[in-house]
Design a protein around this ligand. Structure first.
Ligand SMILES: [Zn+2]
Length: 110
């Protein structure tokens, strides 16, 4: 039985819903604030997508909550996407800097 997950666009709460029949999943609401403004998350496997696909979907104009940045793999994603949008080649130096930021090493060098 599939479990659908929805992220509330109003409060960010993730609501899981066991879907017995697809029709019942048509109009989910946030269990925290009852907002119908929820966005379907593809699945837990979405967290294991490649960086390339996360980068492709990443919207630099969107506001991401603190939970987003708790995933260290998302650190640097914004900068990479912006650079991509601006047509800037960041080069291997940037990759290294991001890697340091992810592991917290960058703080040692400041
Ligand atoms: Zn909510």
């Amino acid at each position: 039985m599939p479990i659908y997950e929805y992220r509330c666009l109003a409060c960010g709460h993730i609501t899981s819903q066991l879907v017995l029949k697809p029709a019942e999943a048509a109009q989910p609401v946030c269990k925290a604030c009852a907002s119908p403004q929820v966005q379907r998350l593809l699945s837990r496997f979405a967290y294991h997508r490649s960086e390339a696909s996360r980068l492709a979907e990443f919207d630099t104009r969107a506001t991401y909550g603190p939970d987003f940045y708790k995933d260290s793999r998302n650190v640097g994603l914004w900068a990479k996407k912006r650079a991509q949008e601006l047509g800037v080649d960041l080069g291997p130096q940037f990759e290294e800097t991001v890697e340091k930021a992810r592991t917290g090493k960058i703080l040692d060098e400041l």
